[in-house]
Ligand binder design. Structure first.
Ligand code: HEM
Ligand code: HEM
Ligand SMILES: [Cu+2]
Length: 545
């Protein structure tokens, strides 16, 4: 992936030294732990470190000076990030389809502990949010940053460090769950040393972003960068506070969180909800605000509104975590606060969705003809729908019906399939031909297929879960004339069977589309002319109106 030609001799030495350091850290972890999860993770880091030592070591004594390509964007890390996005998409969606099938067909669970639903479910959630979503965010952020700042990334090592380090974190996390280790915090199940590692990776990410911005040749900081920076900065804050923990011993994976009781619950959902806000929304809005105007060839409908909704989203989102804890020991006023801010949040959310859709005004013929642009259009529509649904679910009496039911799961996937995954695919189909020096993807017809499989799969999934959730909610609160519950819990579980089957079919369609996308990208990258120069559509930031 990395060609030594793009690194200066100083950078090659740094890369080599970092690879050795990783191998040593891995060895030390494995040796100190001796056995168990941490030893396996140490061995993984050691293997990766040694692999990188050989990759970077070969280039050390390569006398030919690397071409000084300062006239060109540095896209190697972005290409690698796109490949990792697609790899994680297939693995984590594959596991999603499998755990969905297990809910319909629990007999499919074998006696091997790692095949159980409880271990595989976080492999799906972590693999898909961080592996698929995270790689897409990092890869696109480097791409967008360079083009909107009209400058090259500040150095050549940091972006590689960020991507490789981040993928090591994801690998540590999911392999840990398979071995039965977890911190028991949703979306933050990884062990303490993996959390510390992620902090290091994230600090490097933030610094390379800021250093590159500081070198920009464009006076204005385009709005997409604001959204990406909010993502980087606030995720760091959330991650550190939620994961504060004391290891039981320095050489095992076990730890205790420092928070206790209801404070722990509040910190967890302050984190959990803002993982939705700043991991699954803010960065993806950055993506939307760059790729949608570029692809449609139209400036953002209202640049001013995009900035206003930025501040609205950042300010309102941070308060709403308590809507995950309605009717709990959390003080009533804190629940009410979360509910109120959730409803207010609809305003900036719809401002963003509406701004994106209004941008397409005058380009509807392109939306009709270009499946790539259609991905982005559908993403904006689902962003609007899922935020409307979210604000509605946050209202306490509504939540009394929806909480614990599959309605939540339906809401989650209308956001993640309809919004997050669609905008990622739109961005990928825009970038991959450009990065390959081609006019278009290798198989343009396949994009059309992917589009319909993705839209169809999302609708099937989400409608099945709405039905499932509302059925569950109503069955649990049905009483007979004597005031006794009309249904036992098991009856409500049995009633779910058809919906779980339908959801599995919808998920299968979505996964098939993702596999088609990966093959299409592979074919496009492969058919690229040797040392392709990226074809760039320069994006001029549009001043307000
Ligand atoms: C092939 C497509 C997918 C399938 C079949 C699928 C399936 C599932 C299943 C079966 C669950 C567990 C539900 C339960 O415990 O009752 C789940 C949970 C979850 N999935 Fe997916 N998923 C897919 C795609 C995605 C994507 C693309 C994302 C994010 C970008 C995502 C994020 C999540 C999250 C956050 C949860 C946890 C929801 C909660 O706790 O309420 N999924 N998924
Ligand atoms: C205005 C915006 C939004 C609001 C106010 C909101 C609100 C809510 C509410 C009230 C719940 C249910 C909590 C419960 O009963 O346990 C929820 C769950 C969830 N939402 Fe949203 N939502 C919004 C947007 C989104 C978007 C765009 C996504 C995905 C991209 C998303 C992903 C999730 C996830 C993953 C959960 C499940 C958390 C869990 O229990 O594991 N939300 N949201
Ligand atoms: Cu929430």
């Amino acid at each position: 992936m990395t060609s030594a030609g793009t690194l200066s001799s100083f950078e090659r030495r740094i890369a080599f030294a970092l690879s050795i350091a990783l191998a040593i850290i891995g060895f030390a972890m494995a040796a100190a732990a001796g056995k168990g999860v941490m030893a396996v993770h140490g061995a993984m880091a050691l293997a990766l470190g040694l692999f990188l030592v050989f990759r970077t070591g070969g280039a050390l004594y390569d006398d030919a000076p690397g071409p000084e390509r300062h006239d060109r964007y540095f896209d190697g890390p972005t290409r690698f990030g796109i490949v990792m996005t697609l790899v994680w998409a297939i693995v984590a969606m594959g596991v999603g389809v499998w755990v969905s099938a297990l809910l319909y067909w629990p007999e499919g669970t074998t006696a091997l502990p790692w095949t159980s639903f409880g271990r595989l479910r976080p492999v799906h959630t972590t693999g898909i949010i961080f592996g698929f979503g995270g790689n897409a965010l990092i890869a696109t952020s480097f791409y967008v940053l360079q083009r909107t700042a009209r400058t090259r990334l500040a150095d050549a090592i940091s972006p590689w460090f960020v991507l490789i380090g981040f993928n090591l974190f994801c690998l540590w996390a999911v392999s840990g769950y398979l071995m039965g280790s977890t911190q028991s915090k949703e979306y933050a199940e990884a062990e303490w040393y993996a959390d510390i590692w992620l902090v290091i990776v994230w600090v490097v990410y933030f610094t390379v972003y800021i250093r590159t911005l500081a070198r920009r040749h464009e006076p204005h900081i385009y709005v997409a960068n604001w959204y990406y920076m909010a993502f980087i900065l606030i995720v760091a804050m959330l991650h550190i506070v939620n994961n504060l923990a004391l290891p039981v011993r320095w050489n095992t994976a076990d730890s205790f969180t420092i928070w206790a009781g209801v404070q722990d619950a509040m910190i967890q959902w302050w984190y959990g909800h803002n993982a939705v806000a700043f991991f699954l929304t803010s960065g993806f809005l950055g993506m939307l605000y760059y790729y949608l105007p570029v692809r449609s060839g139209r400036p953002i409908w209202s640049y001013r509104l995009s900035i206003l909704s930025f501040w609205g989203i950042v300010f309102f989102y941070i308060w709403v975590g308590s809507h995950h804890l309605h009717y709990t020991a959390l003080p009533y006023w804190v629940q009410t606060l979360g509910m109120t801010f959730s409803v207010m949040l609809l305003v900036p959310s719809w401002a963003s969705a509406g701004n994106a859709i209004a941008t397409l005004n005058g380009a509807w013929h392109k939306v009709r003809d270009d499946a790539t642009l259609r991905f982005m259009f559908v993403a904006a529509v689902f962003y609007g729908l899922s935020t409307f649904e979210g604000s509605f679910l946050a209202i306490r009496p509504v939540n009394s019906l929806s909480h614990y039911t599959d309605w939540t799961v339906g809401h989650v996937h209308s956001g993640t399939l309809g919004w997050v995954a669609m905008i990622i695919f739109g961005a990928i189909y825009t970038m991959v031909p450009q990065l390959s020096g081609r006019e278009a993807m290798a198989w343009p017809r396949a994009i059309e297929w992917h589009f319909w499989l993705a839209v169809g799969g999302t609708l099937v999934y989400v409608v099945a879960m709405w039905n499932a959730g509302i059925t569950q909610g109503l069955m649990w609160r049905a009483y007979d004339e004597n005031g006794a519950l009309s249904y036992s819990f098991v009856q409500s579980v049995e009633a779910m069977a058809p919906y779980y089957l339908i959801r599995t079919i919808g998920g299968g369609m979505f996964l098939t589309g993702a596999i088609i996308c990966a093959l299409n990208c592979l074919a496009t990258f492969r058919s690229a002319p040797y040392m392709a120069e990226p074809r760039d559509v320069p994006l001029k930031p549009q001043p307000a109106e």
